[in-house]
Design a protein around this ligand. Structure first.
Ligand SMILES: [Zn+2]
Length: 201
């Protein structure tokens, strides 16, 4: 038995664009048989307690201090409930130049989609690592992913698992977001996860 929005043959491919067809087929099978949620629960038993913006600020800065000690300070870190829906992004990094008196000041912000409050600890770490890496590398290039792996050796596996997690969320979610259009994963695979999140001129 399948509900209508799961019946699309493009289902898993939509979340896993760019992955080998065998992997996409496996994911589709797991979901089709209703085993995706179980699989993820077994793989990620560990939750996290990073529930507030201030807890997230501390969490992000701890990781930053450990791995990117010389990066510029962050002016804002927080959860954003609108991210996934409006920007089709799971996280954003923003650098904005602000005029302060006669000086220009760079303001750096990291926002993480609210859905990560309930996500497994490892997936929160993955998205934070992703956005932190953008402090050094704006593009999703080789240097960027090298930095991600430096901060989180299991980065690529976790990015794949995050896509499975989002698939499972859709499979169990009958709320208004269940039928969201595709492309909300552009953040992790495309040229930028940050519509509007680049440097201001
Ligand atoms: Zn990105």
């Amino acid at each position: 038995m399948t509900s209508p929005h799961l019946a699309s043959p493009a289902g898993a491919a939509r979340y896993l664009a760019g992955y080998p067809p065998e992997l996409i087929a496996q994911a589709e099978t797991l979901r089709g048989e209703g085993r995706l949620v179980d699989y993820l629960a077994r793989r990620f038993p560990e939750r996290h307690e990073v529930r507030s913006d201030s807890a997230l600020f501390t969490y992000v800065n701890d990781l930053k201090t450990r791995h990117l000690r010389n990066a510029e300070p962050l002016n804002f870190v927080g959860y954003d409930a609108k991210l996934r829906v409006l920007q089709h992004a799971l996280g954003t990094h923003t650098r904005r130049t602000q005029v302060q008196g006669a000086k220009l000041k760079m303001r750096r912000e990291i926002r993480v989609a609210t859905l990560f409050k309930e996500a497994p600890a490892a997936l929160l770490r993955m998205i934070v690592v992703h956005e932190l890496a953008h402090l050094r590398e704006l593009e999703h290039n080789k240097a960027f992913y090298k930095l991600c792996q430096h901060m989180e050796p299991d980065y690529f596996q976790l990015e794949f698992d995050l896509r499975l997690y989002l698939m499972s969320q859709e499979a169990t979610n009958c709320g208004p977001s269940a039928g969201l259009p595709q492309a909300r994963l552009r953040p992790l695979g495309g040229a930028s996860d940050v519509p509007g999140g680049r440097e201001s001129p």
